[in-house]
Design a protein around this ligand. Structure first.
Ligand SMILES: *Cc1c(COP(=O)(O)O)cnc(C)c1O
Length: 368
């Protein structure tokens, strides 16, 4: 048993047990488990939360990206530019629709996709850009939207880590052509299983995602196109509706705890997360950079403090993308970030005393 875990996804269940169980029971006894009222209501609520006109649920965040790309007409022969420093799914979705992922390097302060490096990668084949709001901090959306206008591209936000984040007071996910969310259990809004959502203000994109998600069918047993089977089930929707009521409070607590780390770890030989002044970061993860990442991680582990490594190998160097022909050294900022990243325990329920233990241990490591 680790004394201070990296995250504790059971804590929310314990705090909301009665409410969650009664919602699950309501669904179980309803006899309606797929495509029901809970799912419809949750879509409406998430659209309102992200200030978008449409929300369509999917089976997971990866499918949200795949369906959004497919709905925007991205496919074989197209290129889509994204970050090499993100979870695999951001690029996997691009390859899954038959397009080619193109990786541009990241900004060395926020670790988000760099708009200038992105501009250098645009070709006649480029059809879309997927900025990822990494670790809960929105990417520089104005710059990506300007690139998209100039080159007639779609912009799809990978907001899987950023529900409740804001860019210039606009909700993450609700800014570009489409935004994709994941409700994987460890995400800021996590279900008790998989789940995802596409949000958009574009009625055609919304309709296409809906059609694709339901086997390409509008009318039962009549199929207009080859689609997918990708939906959020009623139990997950019911649970997520309850949790959505608390997400702002939970995100605020994440922000408070992140501010404590940033304050208390100042002056050590570390790079702390840089929060841009015009964004609201929701600290899905609190990731610092240390040249002694491995030593620090081991030191903390000995003291019973868990840490995480997001992400140990940038996507352009993954075996799955070997055929794209990238070499080590091609995207140096992402490569350095992957060597030095260390995530500290951070979740809304993290106890003050536990956080102090983490801070003390990191100070102790640096005083040796
Ligand atoms: C979690 C995540 C996904 C995929 O979501 P799933 O629900 O696990 O399929 C995609 N992109 C990013 C950045 C993520 O963190």
């Amino acid at each position: 048993m680790t004394a201070v875990p990296l995250m504790n996804i059971r804590a929310q269940y314990e705090a909301l047990e009665r409410e969650l169980l009664s919602a699950a029971k309501r669904v179980l006894s309803s006899g309606k488990y797929i495509n029901g009222e809970e799912g419809r209501q949750f879509e409406k609520e998430l659209a309102a939360f992200t200030n978008t006109r449409y929300a369509v649920s999917t089976a997971n965040g990866t499918d949200a990206l795949i369906l959004a790309l497919h709905a925007c007409g991205v496919g074989r022969g197209d290129e889509v530019i994204t970050s090499p420093f993100t979870f695999f799914a951001s690029a996997e979705a691009i390859a899954r629709v038959g397009a080619t992922p193109v990786f541009a390097d990241i900004d060395d302060k926020t670790f988000n996709l760099d708009p200038e490096k992105t501009a250098e990668k645009i070709t006649v084949k480029t059809k879309a850009i997927i900025p990822v709001h990494l670790f809960g901090q929105p990417a520089e959306m104005d710059a990506f939207l300007a690139l998209a206008r100039k080159h007639h591209l779609y912009v799809i936000e990978d907001a899987c880590q950023a529900l409740g984040a804001e860019y210039k007071a606009q909700p993450a996910g609700g800014i570009a052509d489409a935004g994709c969310f994941s409700f994987f259990p460890t995400k800021n809004l996590g279900g008790f299983g998989d789940g995802g959502m596409v949000v958009t203000n574009n009625p055609e994109v919304a309709e296409k995602v809906r059609l694709l998600a339901l086997h390409g069918s509008r009318k039962k047993y009549f199929h207009e196109t080859i689609g997918y089977n990708s939906r959020l089930d009623e139990i997950q929707a019911a649970v997520l509706r309850i949790k959505l009521k608390y997400i702002t409070e939970w995100n605020n607590r994440r922000r408070e705890k992140a501010a404590i780390y940033s304050e208390e770890l100042q002056g050590l030989d570390l790079n702390l997360p840089a929060e841009l002044p015009h964004v609201r970061h929701v600290y899905h993860l609190f990731v610092l950079q240390s040249k002694k990442r491995q030593g620090l991680g081991k030191f903390l582990q000995k003291k019973g403090i868990a840490t995480g490594h997001y992400y140990p190998r940038p996507l352009h160097l993954q075996t799955a993308f070997a055929s794209l022909g990238y070499q080590e050294g091609d995207l140096p900022v992402a490569e350095a970030a992957s060597q030095c990243s260390l995530a500290l325990p951070l979740f809304p329920e993290l106890a003050e005393a536990d956080q102090m233990k983490v801070i003390q241990a990191i100070r102790e490591f640096h005083s040796q």
